[in-house]
Design a protein around this ligand. Structure first.
Ligand code: ZN
Ligand code: FE
Length: 252
């Protein structure tokens, strides 16, 4: 499984997935036709379009790509009226094959009501859309803070060496937030050096791994006693801490 990162718009990532054995080409969240098509052209075909959620910056390339390549569009059943051109309705926990590659549908609502992640368990790769970012998480637009918290916990239970491919390059601003509130975290300081190096070279900071995120992403650390204390929220539940952090980040 080859994953090509396609930077789109100002800070979006679309991802091209290629499987050599079967010559199957897929794309996750085509933000825009032109930029994605420049990469797809090399392969001369596009079999599948996978959408994590219905927002325009993740589906705007759908219809033109489908028209040009006769691709099939896959999205969550709850979003069948909101994902342009959808052909195949996916269900929670369903396993689905594209060529020889198999992914599991992880239902992770919160950012939107029908948000899903695509987890390729054999390759240990997940596409998290706008739910989990490197060092951050998506804004809660359609769901509740508790739903978002539960969705992040679902991802947290995957193998630690799972690679995280997220929907946006928000890592730098997420890093600044983590540094402001998770001041004693030494892993974060190490991560800061890595991130700065990549950004200086104009490289994507993705993918990271789940193990790294659990050590450094403040939204995955609501169970950390030291962080709780630093926030002055020692007696609060994990979901209360998550909620507080989400509010602070929205205003950051
Ligand atoms: Zn979104
Ligand atoms: Fe987005």
């Amino acid at each position: 499984m080859i994953v090509e990162i396609i930077p789109c718009l100002s800070d979006n990532y679309s991802y091209l997935i290629y499987e050599r054995d079967t010559n199957i080409v897929s794309i996750v969240d085509p933000s825009e036709f032109k930029t994605c098509d420049k990469i797809i052209k090399k392969y001369k075909k596009l079999d599948f379009i996978l959408n994590t959620h219905h927002h325009a910056d993740h589906v705007d390339g759908n219809l033109k790509l489908k028209e040009k390549y006769n691709s099939k569009i896959l999205g969550f059943n709850l979003d069948k009226d909101r994902i342009p051109g959808i052909d195949i309705y996916l269900e929670e926990n369903q396993k689905h094959k594209i060529g020889n590659l198999e992914f599991e549908v992880i239902f992770i609502p919160g950012h939107t009501k029908g948000h899903i992640g695509f987890f390729f368990s054999k390759e240990k790769i997940i596409f998290t859309g706008d739910t989990l970012f490197s060092l951050g998480c998506g804004r809660v637009f359609e769901g509740t803070h508790e739903e978002m918290f539960n969705s992040l916990n679902k991802i947290k239970n995957l193998p630690l060496d799972t690679k995280i491919y997220c929907g946006h390059e928000y890592t730098k601003s997420n890093l600044n937030f983590c540094l402001a509130y998770d001041i004693k975290n030494n892993f974060l300081k190490k991560k800061e050096v890595d991130i700065q190096k990549k950004l200086n070279l104009n490289q994507p900071t993705v993918p990271s791994t789940l193990g790294e995120e659990i050590k450094t992403n403040i939204f995955l650390r609501c169970n950390d006693p030291e962080l709780k204390q630093a926030l002055g929220l020692k007696g609060s539940s994990e979901v209360e801490i998550f909620s507080k952090l989400r509010d602070l980040k929205d205003a950051f």
